[in-house]
Design a protein around this ligand. Structure first.
Ligand SMILES: [Zn+2]
Length: 108
């Protein structure tokens, strides 16, 4: 009753998730970012780049002796994550979502 949904957003300047307490961006935050920026990977990387700069500054003030690997945390996952639509060189026209066949077989 009246249970508030806490979004997976960063608490500044700690850069931990307000919902789950993990280092932000946590897994749910990454997923929702991928959905939000679907088809616009460049926009997502720009957005994350801005946040990474902000986080680096704030985390460095909190703990100058230990600045974590923010590039990996903020950028690398977004670069390597797939959209579900992976354009292949040569563009073979029909793209079938990977796993669809498996699911069908599984249900049959
Ligand atoms: Zn979270």
């Amino acid at each position: 009753m009246g249970r508030r949904v806490i979004p997976h957003v960063p608490i500044r300047p700690l850069w931990r998730c307000r919902n789950c307490g993990a280092e932000w961006p946590c897994q749910p935050a990454r997923l929702s970012l991928l959905v939000e920026y679907r088809g616009n990977r460049t926009g997502l990387l720009l957005y994350l780049g801005g946040l990474m700069a902000e986080a680096r500054e704030q985390l460095a003030q909190l703990n100058p002796d230990h600045v974590p690997d923010l590039h990996h945390r903020f950028i690398a996952w977004a670069r390597s994550a797939t959209d579900g639509v992976t354009p292949r060189s040569g563009g073979a026209g029909r793209s079938r979502p990977e796993g669809a066949l498996t699911v069908i077989r599984f249900c049959a």
